[in-house]
Design a protein around this ligand. Structure first.
Ligand code: ADP
Length: 211
């Protein structure tokens, strides 16, 4: 069975006790396990946060009975772009394709964002954009990136308060590896972050980690 989070042995025991005896207080669960209430506190917090258990003041813990699929969906609705975004790497429009390639290597990213003189998003450069330009007979040290970039308004972007699952779906739909996280200003869209397939993978892994 796919589990929303990996439960340890004690958490499984607690879940079983609450399933059979709930509603039950933390004190009573501790008694059944011969442990102190304080020892159980982190496990109870994890089980409650993951949605397996619910707690009511003066009543105690009870089993929510939610399916794994329900828990996964609910937990995905709590992950936002701002929780996983990376630092964006931006370059000016007049940078040469040659220097953009060097920048991509030095910064160890797969996508560069091109900004104008007011730091407003103007375009996107992917690995293939730079490779394509390099195949031709053009002089890379004098060819500016704004000739080859994908430009506004054709850029797929997101905002820090967007749900990460929605951004993941956009990446798949548009068949791209990354998108800029932007903030709208009077001048245009300011680049404040970067979301890549790696960030999505990190979030995916965090869903099953018992932290
Ligand atoms: P790769 O070049 O490694 O295939 P992508 O799949 O991200 O990387 O890029 C494919 C094409 O889509 C490139 O031409 C690139 O400029 C463009 N692109 C990449 N990211 C975006 C984005 N967020 N919005 C619009 N176009 C993008």
């Amino acid at each position: 069975m796919v589990s929303t989070i990996e439960l340890n042995k004690r958490q499984e025991q607690i879940l079983q006790i609450v399933k059979e005896n709930g509603p039950i207080t933390g004190e009573q669960i501790a008694e059944q396990l011969n442990l102190t209430r304080a020892t159980l506190r982190p496990d109870l917090a994890i089980l409650t946060m993951a949605g397996y258990l619910d707690a009511r003041p003066r009543v105690g813990y009870f089993y929510t009975g939610k399916s794994e699929a329900q828990l996964l969906t609910e937990n995905l609705q709590k992950i936002y772009v701002k929780d996983y975004q990376s630092v964006p790497v931006v370059v000016p429009e007049n940078l040469s394709v040659y220097d953009a390639i060097v920048k991509m290597f030095l910064e160890d990213v797969g996508t560069l964002f091109v900004v104008d003189e007011s730091s407003i998003l103007a375009g996107v450069l992917s690995r293939k954009d730079l490779l394509r330009a390099s195949i031709g007979k053009q002089e890379l040290t004098t060819l500016p990136v704004n000739i080859i970039m994908t430009r506004m308004p054709n850029i797929t972007m997101c905002q820090k308060d967007d749900l990460l699952i929605d951004v993941a779906m956009k990446l798949i739909e548009k068949q791209i590896d990354a998108m800029p996280v932007v903030k709208e200003t009077e001048k245009g869209f300011e680049v404040i972050g970067r979301i890549t397939k790696t960030n999505i993978t990190e979030a995916f892994v965090s869903l099953v980690k018992n932290e």
